[in-house]
Design a protein around this ligand. Structure first.
Ligand code: ADP
Ligand code: MG
Length: 291
């Protein structure tokens, strides 16, 4: 299965160009859409989910033109929006049963098995009798996944699910996505590089409505090999370094010195060679050091 996006454009009424000539092909597996706030990720996801019209462009899911056939698309779509849903004061197991009935799964046995399976893979079995409205953010996100999977969707779109989750909840959520990723197209947006690193076999970096890089995380990291350099500097040296080098990041050491990471074709004086990481890829492309 393949999602083919071409020439996708969207300018909001306030003049913000949220999608600027996007061309993107996404295949089966876990695809990470990585970019800072305001990059255009949610706009792109709502557009693929047929909740919002672009100004221009074509989106094909295999042969299906989703702008011409939004109803067909929605039948195979699972979409978890960025905002948490507001849930009624009903237990998770009851609510899932209810949604399953709405989906037309009329056999009680079939419904029970389905609900059990979904509670298990989203790690909510122990909390199934608690009201969903009392769930933590991470539990609500996992419940959202369970609800979405009732449809048996082929195309799954999850918009910034880990934003606002604590580390343990984030880990549980990533594990749930890992379970479902293999035979669907899963498009997963995030501003957290580690999410993509841990989960995605394919990715794009997006900013200001444009795709800056389209690659697998592995290839992207290996392409930066030999271009990342590091040096320990003092706090006072940061400003001049920023003027002199293509700075990717600085991080503090316990003694208040800083590790400076820069992008350069050749080894700058006094720098050591560093092993490239996905974080370096992100900042290299966001800063336009490489295109
Ligand atoms: P992301 O999800 O990557 O944070 P969004 O798609 O939400 O990005 O937003 C992309 C840009 O479009 C931002 O500059 C945002 O302020 C703007 N934007 C989003 N929705 C609207 C809207 N309904 N009206 C006007 N501007 C919008
Ligand atoms: Mg967003």
């Amino acid at each position: 299965m393949q999602l083919n996006i071409s020439n996708l454009n969207k300018t909001y009424d306030n003049g913000v160009k949220a999608l600027d000539n996007i061309d993107l092909t996404i295949s089966t597996g876990m695809f990470g859409l990585l970019g800072p706030n305001g990059a255009g990720k949610s706009t792109m996801m709502r557009t693929i989910a047929t909740l919002q019209d672009p100004d221009e462009g074509t989106i094909l899911l295999d042969d299906l033109d989703i702008r011409e056939s939004p109803i067909e698309l929605r039948k195979v779509l699972g979409y978890l929006p960025q905002e948490f849903g507001v849930y009624p004061n009903i237990s998770a197991v009851e609510l899932l049963n209810y949604f399953a009935t709405l989906k037309g799964i009329s056999s009680k046995k079939e419904r029970g098995e389905m609900v059990k399976y979904l509670l298990e893979i989203t790690n909510l079995m122990d909390a199934r009798k608690k009201s969903v409205s009392s769930y933590s953010g991470g539990m609500k996100q996992r419940f959202g996944i369970a609800q979405m999977l009732l449809n048996n969707p082929k195309l799954i779109i999850v918009d910034e699910p880990t934003a606002g989750l604590d580390p343990a909840e984030r880990r549980r959520f990533l594990n749930v996505l890992r379970e479902i990723g293999s035979d669907h197209i899963v498009i997963f947006s995030t501003h957290i590089v580690e999410d993509v690193q841990e989960l995605c076999n394919d990715m794009a970096i997006m900013n200001q409505g444009k795709i800056l890089l389209r690659s697998s995380p592995l290839d992207a990291v290996s392409d930066l090999g030999g271009h990342i350099w590091t040096k320990v500097i003092s706090k006072e040296e940061v400003e001049s370094a920023t003027g002199t080098y293509q700075v990717l990041s600085t991080s503090y050491n316990p003694d208040n010195s800083l590790n400076l990471r820069v992008y350069a074709d050749h080894q700058p004086d006094g720098f050591n060679t560093a092993t490239a990481e996905l974080q370096d890829v992100y900042f290299t492309y966001l800063n336009g050091f490489k295109s």
